[in-house]
Ligand binder design. Structure first.
Ligand code: AHR
Length: 336
């Protein structure tokens, strides 16, 4: 009798172990290897959303460079633009018991459960670049841009440029990834100012997912469906694009369709070198900077948290606005 119970117990333990190992295996993204822990180094688990733009590539580089300079080991995951991959990556960081987790949330919702798991495991989390909608006690702080300010700065340029115009000003908006905080904020910040001037009308707004290919596709579609730079017979006076990749795409489309970019006002966000060049060539009117160089500040925050100190709830990057009225000779190379 006793030996039967023993046998059952052994079988149960074996089954339990197999289930546990499988669960851990499933939680780990397939492209991620178990880290070889380097002696005494802090380990930062970092989930990036992908490489949809030159901005994003620079953002990732900045974080790797700063980690190297600060002797911090990164356990990296590229989510290929999928939130489910980010959730898996964060769970794997918890399994590996990294010291700190940082992630760029592709969209703002859906993080509560995984962040609760990180909190229960005693691993502090820093939200990077984009904001999240969730219980604030579940993460240590946010580091990134102020999307509301960026949208406001874009509108501020437009309001000043068009101050003497009395007729309606028709605006087309190419917006960033749906449900991402940055797209919501850039839309809201822009509207918060132009809504005070009834002459500004947003006649069309479409999500282009921050991609160059989508910027070109959307512009091509508008031109082919409306026979030129118009929407339902109304001229397009302004194109407000939430990022430089989409802007470069729409410029490609204008060029292919032999339409001069000077026939409309174009405002973009990011300040990649290619768009700064386009600004100096008269193809764009204003480029609001979104600073991708988050690495050095992120590493400072990581070291503070790992030392048990508090970090600010929000740390915003300093950002400039480049316009057609600038002295271009003062521009420094952008580095992305
Ligand atoms: O979240 C920042 C935005 O994401 C940048 O403006 C854009 O280029 C990137 O893809």
């Amino acid at each position: 009798m006793k030996s039967n119970i023993k046998r059952i117990l052994i079988v149960l333990i074996a089954v339990f172990s197999i289930v546990l190992i499988s669960l851990i295996y499933l939680a780990i993204p397939k492209n991620q290897k178990k880290p070889e822990v380097q002696d005494g180094k802090l380990i930062l688990g970092f989930s990036q959303i992908g490489s949809e733009s030159a901005w994003r590539t620079r953002n990732t580089q900045s974080i790797f460079e700063a980690a190297e300079q600060n002797g911090i080991q990164i356990l990296f995951d590229d989510a290929q633009q999928k939130q489910e991959n980010q959730l898996k990556a964060i769970r794997s960081f918890i399994v590996y018991q990294v010291d700190v987790i940082a992630f760029v949330p592709i969209v703002s919702g859906g993080w509560d459960n995984v962040l609760q798991e990180a909190k229960d495991a005693g691993i502090p989390v820093i939200v990077v670049d984009r904001q999240i909608d969730c219980d604030q006690t579940l993460y240590a702080g946010f580091l990134g841009e102020n999307g509301l300010e960026e949208g406001y700065a874009a509108a501020n340029f437009l309001v000043k440029k068009c101050q003497n115009r009395l007729s309606d000003i028709n605006i087309v908006e190419f917006s960033g990834t749906e449900n991402s905080s940055v797209a919501t904020e850039r839309a809201e910040g822009f509207r918060s100012l132009i809504r005070n001037y009834p002459k500004f009308k947003i006649i069309y707004s479409q999500d282009g997912d921050f991609l160059r290919s989508r910027g070109k596709e959307m512009m091509d579609q508008i031109i082919s469906q409306n026979g030129g730079l118009k929407i339902n017979g109304k001229s397009i006076d302004v194109i407000y694009s939430h990022n430089d990749s989409m802007t470069l795409g729409l410029l490609d489309s204008l060029e292919n369709n032999k339409i001069s970019p000077r026939s409309t006002i174009i405002i973009s966000i990011d300040a990649e070198q290619k768009c700064i060049d386009a600004l100096t060539q008269g193809k764009l009117n204003c480029v609001v900077e979104c600073n991708p160089n988050l690495g050095p500040t992120l590493m400072e925050l990581v070291k503070k948290i790992a030392a048990g100190q508090q970090i600010p709830r929000v740390t915003y990057m300093v950002e400039k606005v480049f316009t057609e009225y600038d002295d271009f000779s003062t521009y420094e190379p952008r580095g992305y």
